[in-house]
Ligand binder design. Structure first.
Ligand SMILES: [Zn+2]
Length: 421
């Protein structure tokens, strides 16, 4: 029996199986059917020439916001997935108990790419940029459990955002309630960190093995490292206890200095995720391959960064048939070109590091189907034009500067290719 689709002549990087090197990947229906050094072209109905390209499992983005049209953050998932190699998004708390049905019906069921969600402990989810947990009555554990039990097939945990502007005067009560919900539903929590109060020493000790700290390499005041670059004690104990570190780059939560201190101290993130949303998508975050390129610039290898966006999130989410090209796994596959040159890559504090490599997606396949590339939806009006007390305006100005300098990934892969040629 012939294969439906064959990816031929690429360089396979599959950290989950350890396959690394030249090889072909064949698919039948929605599954990987064969992986071998040489699979004849005649054995498939359709062949994609992958010469010069990396062939990896489809990327799994552990932290994104894809509820397009229903709030401040959400982006349109499919066009961005098709251009970046993401085959599974995890929406991190855009929906709460009152609004999850809508995320399911209008986004998850309509999208070509796979989407799961962390359900916000706040009943309404992320409609505005902040303030969601300032009214603690709207973090209802019993309601969370009732709704979660109807949607367990699309849920992977509980989201809670901890910081002065999200919890107001409620201290650590939101994270307590998130943990109660997590206990009742047997799920992990994902906790966002930003500005105190509360202090992280008040709530990191509550986290359990398998719970996730997102924005783990933030430069903001809740950062996990002291000014000398040492992992602070309370964070060390959390990591030793099995708490998971997730990047969640976003628009304000990734700092090269923190990342360099962490790597120097031997602390690697478990997962690299984007925190893709209306603000971060225009840079300097841009997309998941650009985030992976920043970790290449920090000295990690291609296999490491691919593992952190495939095998690792699959393990964290207990996906047995994703994040790998193992025969029988879902045929979720991404093709990348690894441009070589000198690429200016920025964090959210304006610090730049020059990367030797820039990873750019060429083709994205979900369940054996090549995703069609289509123009990204226009950004939200507020993301382009609204000056929210200065913060948004400064970010917008930085994004415009990146364009003016020619430092967006699209602009750079032209000059990068030329530089390497
Ligand atoms: Zn987020």
């Amino acid at each position: 029996m012939r294969f439906d689709l064959l990816i031929k002549g690429g360089e396979i990087v599959d950290p989950a199986t350890g396959y690394s090197g030249p090889g072909d990947v064949a698919m039948r229906r929605d599954r990987v059917a064969a992986v071998a050094r040489d699979i004849p072209s005649e054995s498939a109905f359709r062949v994609i020439d992958a010469s010069g390209l990396l062939v990896t499992p489809g990327l799994i983005d552990l932290h994104a916001h894809v509820w397009h049209g229903a709030g401040y953050y959400g982006i349109d998932a499919d066009p961005i997935a098709a251009a970046s190699g993401v085959t599974s998004w995890v929406d991190a708390g855009s929906a709460g108990a009152f609004t999850l049905e809508g995320l399911r019906r209008y986004i998850i069921e309509q999208s070509q790419v796979r989407i799961a969600a962390f359900l916000n402990i706040f009943c309404i989810g992320l409609v505005a940029w902040d303030y969601e947990l300032t009214n603690i009555e709207l973090a209802d554990v019993a309601l969370f459990e009732m709704v979660a039990n109807r949607h367990r097939d699309i849920l992977c945990g509980v989201k809670v955002r901890m910081g002065a502007t999200t919890v107001g005067s409620n201290g650590i009560e939101p994270v307590r309630r998130a943990l109660q919900a997590a206990e009742r539903c047997d799920m992990p929590i994902m906790v966002h960190i930003a500005h105190p109060p509360p202090g992280i020493d008040e709530f990191l000790p509550l986290l359990r093995a398998g719970d996730i700290i997102t924005h783990c390499f933030t430069g903001l005041p809740m950062k996990l490292f002291d000014d000398d670059g040492r992992l602070i004690d309370v964070a060390r104990r959390a990591v030793d206890a099995g708490v998971i570190l997730d990047i969640g780059h976003g628009a304000g939560s990734f700092a090269f200095k923190t990342a360099e201190a962490a790597l120097a101290a031997g602390i690697k993130p478990h997962a690299i995720s984007t925190d893709m949303h209306q603000m971060s998508v225009a840079g300097p975050m841009f997309d998941l391959p650009t985030c992976l390129s920043k970790f290449l610039a920090l000295g990690l290898g291609v296999r490491d960064v691919v593992a952190m966006a495939t095998e690792a999130p699959a393990r964290i989410l207990r996906y047995e048939d994703r994040g790998t090209l193992r025969v029988g796994a879902l045929a979720d596959i991404a093709l990348f070109r690894l441009h070589e040159g000198a690429f200016p890559l920025y964090d959210n504090t304006g610090v730049m590091r020059t990367g030797r490599y820039l990873l750019r997606n060429v083709e994205t396949i979900v369940g054996g189907r090549v995703l069609e590339r289509s123009p990204a939806s226009p950004r939200a009006i507020w993301a382009e034009h609204w000056d929210r007390g200065g913060t948004n305006a400064r970010m917008r100005q930085f994004q415009c500067e990146l364009v003016a300098r020619g430092h967006t990934p699209e602009q750079m892969c032209g000059c990068g290719a030329a530089a390497s040629g």
